[in-house]
Structure formats: C-alpha cells, structure tokens
Design a protein around this ligand. Structure first.
Ligand code: PLP
Length: 390
C-alpha cells in the first residue's frame, strides 16, 4: 500500500450532499493549468502543429517511462491498436485473440487491420483467462491482445505460454499507464503495446491522442511510416499507410501531465484502498482484486452487485456518478454480427456485464467523497442478501 493520503480539506463544492462525479477533469486541469498554458503557447509560437520537436520529446519521455526502446505517437488509441497489429505484420486472414469484455476499440482495430477477432473469456480479475484462451488457438492464430482492463497488467507470462511461441503477444495498455507487473511497467511487455491518451485515461490529453510502444526498432519504424501516409519522408510512400499522427499541442499537454502521473496514480491507489476498507465487510458486493506481483493504477474501480441496474439508478439519483464499463461484451454488439469466429462459452464475460458497476475514482477525490459514495452504495444495496453469481 502507498503512503499517499487523500485530500481531507473540504472544497467549496464538498457539502454532505454534493454530487460526486465519476471523474473530474476540471479539477485535474486546475491543478496544472499554470504549467499547461505556457507549454501550449510555446507550440503556438513555433507553429509546429503536427509531429515536430514536442512530439519527439514526448515519445522519448514516454518510452523511457514505460521502459521501452521506442514510442510512436498516433492520433488515438484505436489507431494505436490497428497500427501495432499492422506494424507487427498481422492482416488479412489472420486470427487475433482478444477478451470478450473490453472496450469496443480493441475489436474494431482487429477488423480494421483486416484480421478476424476471436473472443476469449475473462477470469475473476476481468483479465484474459489463460486457460480459456488455450482452447481457442487455431492454425490461423497469429496474435493475442492482452487488455490491461481497469488498470492492472494482464497475466502476460501465462497468456504467452497458453498461446505458444508462434503467436505474438500485444498489449492494449489504454487503461494501465504506469501499472507494473513484477516490477515491469505496462507497455513494455510483448511485441508492441498500444495506449490511448483520451482525456479520461490515467494519462489523458486535451483531445484525442494515442501511442504505440515497442522494444523492436523495425516494428517502430514501420508504424512511424504507417501513421504518416506510409512514408518516413515527404512524398516517399513505401507502405499503404494512413494519417494518424500525434498533434504537437497534445504532446505538450502530455509532457506536463506525464511528470504528475506517478503522484496521480498514488492518489488513485489511496482512494481504492479506502473503498476496499469501507466496503470490505459487505458480502453482497464483490470488490476488485489485484493480482499478486501487480501494482494496479485503478483506471476504474469496478465492483459487482446482484441487482446492478437498480443499484446504479439509486446511486445516480443520489448524485453519485456510477457507470458501467462495459454494458455488453463484444459478441453482443450488433456491429460485430458476422465478423467474429465462434462466440460460445464466454460465460463470465456475459454474467459480469450484468453485475459490474464503476464507482467514482480520480486524482483529487477526497476522503469525504469516497465515504459518501460508500455510504450511498450501502444504502442502495439495502437489505438485499442476493450475492453476485460470478
Ligand atoms: C480507451 C480505450 C481504447 C481506445 O482508445 P481511443 O483513444 O478512445 O481510441 C482502446 N482500448 C481500451 C481498453 C480503452 O480503454
């Protein structure tokens, strides 16, 4: 556990019945506005708006932060996954294993890369279940994308063993910036890792942004070409690429925020520890657990309750920004009808989709706010003795 404690000081909006949002980006901005404004001004003064020195500097700093050799800044996290796949040589006719319980982007990116998503079930940590995965490998399986869902690194070494040496392991680290497993930082595992700097992520830009990190120089160079019309020099198009580059203004914001990320992740951990302490005695609430060897960064604090929709509605009516990540597994989304291989036996993903509930958690959330959420959750659960089935 960390020694960071949450802010106790009541803020002007911190009365006993004040709403508690799911995330508070305004608070985060106010804490760093004095650093962000001059950084953005400097970009506007140079007019280097796309790629340029700020992007290069951020790429170097983010690679170092992850313990990876290379970082390629791209337009968003979805493109990062697609370009990581394409950069690793995955395409038409290839099967790519992904968890059924992920944000839609993981599956979208596989289809956009020309490959076929094959869904696997999760374990009770909401991460890819290596045992289920092993049964879904075929002669066409070329890669698996381990998603570090909710902020902890998936069991990469067991996943890698389950799929065998001929299948590439990629990481969707959109929710795990700064998380570690056995001392290694998220993004440094596998052939390449994609991440998203969507504003609500642990490291969020002021608009869309993303990156791929990799240890492999050739993969990095291919992705560098792909993100910019398939060439490293103007009008030399060696690959069929796309336009997905990181904006300099976003890079300037991200450079400021990266310096604060470790401290913000500590604040998230302190809030998660407080929730665990306050809710630990409730048999009707399943709390999230951290895998051994993992340091969690709590992108989301997700509990499970039996009568989820009613509990969520009660919390929302009380001003608590509870939410659901995500309401349906990939194979229940109409967009993927006909695009998936088999989707049988995804029982945990299906059951959990009806029970999961994300509670407010963000850097700067106060002790009083966490206590209020815990109190309202107790009230919402009321006398139910029903326990989640999972
Ligand atoms: C946010 C997210 C993405 C997509 O990132 P965008 O920047 O929104 O395109 C992909 N995978 C996961 C798990 C995410 O949480």
């Amino acid at each position: 556990m960390t020694t960071t404690t949450l802010a106790d000081a009541a803020r002007h909006d911190d009365g006993p019945a004040a709403p508690v949002p799911l995330v508070d980006l305004g608070l985060q901005h106010r804490r760093i506005a004095a650093e962000v404004r001059p950084a953005m001004d400097a970009v506007m003064d140079t007019t280097a708006f796309v790629l340029g020195p700020e992007v290069t500097a951020f790429e170097q700093e983010y690679a170092a932060f992850c313990g990876a050799a290379h970082c390629v800044g791209v337009g968003n996290g979805t493109d990062a996954i697609e370009l990581a796949l394409r950069g690793a040589g995955i395409g038409s006719g290839d099967e790519v294993l992904i968890p059924a319980n992920t944000f839609v982007a993981t599956a979208e990116a596989v289809v956009r890369a020309g490959a076929v998503p094959v869904l696997a079930d999760c374990d009770e940590h909401y991460l890819l279940d290596p045992e289920d995965l092993a049964h879904r490998v075929t002669s066409r399986t070329r890669a698996v994308i381990a998603v570090d869902l909710y902020g902890q690194v998936a069991e990469i070494e067991r996943i890698s063993e389950a799929v065998g040496p001929d299948v590439l392991v990629l990481e969707d680290a959109a929710q795990s910036q700064g998380a570690t497993r056995a001392g290694r930082v998220a993004g440094s595992f596998g052939t390449a890792a994609a991440t998203s700097f969507y504003p609500g992520k642990n490291l969020g830009a002021y608009g869309d942004a993303g990156a791929v990190v990799t240890q492999d120089r050739e993969t990095a160079e291919r992705i560098r070409a792909l993100r910019s019309h398939g060439g490293l020099r103007r009008y030399e198009h060696t690959h069929l690429g796309t336009n997905s580059r990181l904006d300099s203004l976003q890079a300037a914001v991200l450079r400021v925020k990266l310096r604060h990320l470790p401290e913000w992740n500590d604040e998230r951990r302190a809030a998660a520890a407080l929730y665990t302490h306050l809710l630990g005695d409730l048999e009707t609430v399943v709390l999230p657990r951290t895998l051994e060897d993992n340091e969690h960064v709590w992108h989301l604090f997700v509990v499970r309750v039996a009568d989820r929709d009613r509990v969520a509605a009660r919390l929302q009516a009380a001003g608590i920004g509870a939410a659901i990540h995500y309401p349906a597994p990939v194979h229940r989304l109409p967009a993927f009808a006909g695009l998936l291989a088999s989707s049988r036996g995804l029982t945990r993903s299906e059951r959990y989709a009806g029970e999961i509930l994300s509670l407010p958690l963000y850097p700067g959330i106060t002790t009083a706010q966490v206590e209020r959420v815990a109190h309202e959750l107790r009230g919402a659960i009321g006398g139910t003795s029903e326990v989640p089935r999972g």
